[in-house]
Design a protein around this ligand. Structure first.
Ligand code: HEM
Length: 428
């Protein structure tokens, strides 16, 4: 059977059109992974607010926030960053001493209601609860007493909304996301006494504007640093360095090196290297790097087929893979997956960017966040010290001790990265 040739041509034309449309949607949804420090620096140095706000749009939908990460308004950005900077400024040693004694009493209060050791619950929840309270008391002075249940609800709600915002594929999933977001906003409005209640379209009063960048990043680092120092490392001097800093929380002590050459600062920075909580930094810009040629060609094609929608946007979604850069053996050596604070002396800086780079670098990165993390880990090490024959161990759900010698380094660093582990006190 032979086909009529005009029909064949039409069919071929239709096929090409479908293919080109597919390419167009591929281009629009494609994420360029950036894995060199050079390309990452160029992207970050030349960022503008809209290049960041676009990929962060999902955070507005998921949490109703309006902050430096989501705005394209220069004035609003400047004001909100300077407000945060003023809250990050510590007036001197006394401020840090206050933070450390408050952290000490918080750890004591988290431990005290437990009649039996099993009541401490999963370590992850304990650390979330602790860091949340430390963050809250620093950024929201005068907030009324908040129950453990609420803190646990908030932590799990943030986590599930975050995951849902990334994977939301269907209309029904979107509805679930909206419902849990609205519940969270209602709850926050009630706790923080906000009237009228928070607007889900993005609200300057939303406490998550500060809690998301502060608490969500810090608890992950505190948890992993605590596990590395207390349970994984065989080098007891790093334990001592953090405890000394906790007892004397000054900048000088933070940087004071042990005879082995390791300081509390080096321990925190090494944790940030191995476990960067911001695993990827997203930007929506013109393509750069090796993928640029291919993307430009794709863009030209999509431009050709975009008959009715005008000229398509040439910009592409880039994800700077900070975790990859921080673990690349070419930069950090063969032992790049191991926790080794002494490497910080030889740190190759261009690939180290836990706090980003360029105009939107984290305002807490220089001093506040590293010192706060050091104090929080120090408070946990202090609160869970081994006394006499009683020692603290990390156990799994079956109450068996976690054997790190049988586990490949490093610990999981994703949102669902760690198994359910708890602290248990044992007699040796
Ligand atoms: C472990 C702790 C922290 C880490 C790893 C971290 C990481 C980062 C990163 C990677 C960026 C750059 C984002 C981008 O370029 O798109 C950033 C920006 C920012 N961070 Fe942090 N951060 C931490 C703690 C904090 C704390 C405690 C605060 C205080 C509220 C904070 C507030 C901010 C703000 C406001 C910005 C935006 C700055 C701007 O737009 O100019 N961060 N952070």
């Amino acid at each position: 059977m032979t086909l009529n040739w005009p029909i064949s041509i039409l069919a071929l034309f239709g096929l090409i059109l479908i293919l080109l449309r597919r390419l167009q949607s591929f281009y629009q949804n494609f994420i360029v992974r950036v894995t060199t420090a050079h390309d990452a620096s160029i992207l970050l140095q030349h960022s503008d607010l809209s290049s960041r706000a676009k990929p962060n749009r999902r955070l507005v939908d998921a949490f109703g926030i309006r902050n430096a990460f989501t705005t394209i308004d220069e004035c609003f950005h400047r004001d909100s960053v300077s407000e945060i900077k003023s809250q990050l400024r510590m007036s001197g040693e006394n401020d840090w001493i206050k933070v450390s004694s408050q952290a000490k009493s918080l750890v004591t209060s988290l431990k005290s209601p437990a009649e039996k050791i099993e009541d401490l619950g999963p370590l992850e929840e304990l650390v979330q609860n602790f860091v949340f309270r430390v963050t809250l008391s620093h950024f929201f002075k005068g907030t009324p007493e908040i129950s453990d249940d609420f803190v646990n609800y908030l932590a799990s709600s943030i986590n599930s909304l975050w995951n849902a915002s990334k994977t939301c594929a269907s209309v029904s999933q979107e509805e679930v996301l909206k419902k849990s977001r609205n519940e969270l906003l209602k709850c926050l409005s009630h706790i923080f006494g906000l009237c009228p209640p928070l607007d889900h379209l993005g609200d300057e009063r939303n406490p998550l504007n500060k809690l998301l960048p502060a608490y969500e990043t810090m608890w992950r680092v505190v948890l992993r640093c605590f596990i590395e120092v207390k349970f994984k490392s065989t080098d007891k001097t790093i334990h001592v360095a953090l405890l000394k800093f906790f007892e004397k929380p000054t900048q000088e002590q933070f940087e004071a090196a042990t005879p082995q050459g390791v300081s509390a600062k080096a321990i925190v920075l090494e944790t940030l290297r191995l476990y960067p909580p911001t695993r990827r930094i997203h930007r929506f810009t013109e393509p750069i790097g090796v993928s640029s040629f291919l993307l430009h060609a794709l863009w030209l094609v999509t431009r050709l087929v975009n008959f009715n929608a005008g000229v398509p946007n040439k910009k592409a979604h880039h994800a700077i893979d900070v975790e990859y850069l921080h673990r690349d053996p070419v930069t950090w050596g063969e032992d790049s997956l191991e926790f080794n604070p002494s490497r910080i002396k030889h740190m190759k800086k261009p690939a180290f960017m836990p706090f980003g780079k360029g105009p939107y670098i984290c305002p807490a990165g220089n001093t506040f966040a590293p010192m706060m993390i050091g104090i929080c880990v120090g408070a946990l090490l202090d609160g869970f010290q081994d006394v006499g024959p009683k020692v603290w161990r990390l156990v799994d759900e079956k109450k068996l001790e976690v054997d790190f010698s049988a586990r490949p380094a490093p610990l999981g660093n994703g949102r669902e990265g760690l198994p359910i582990w708890s602290l248990a006190q044992m007699n040796v």
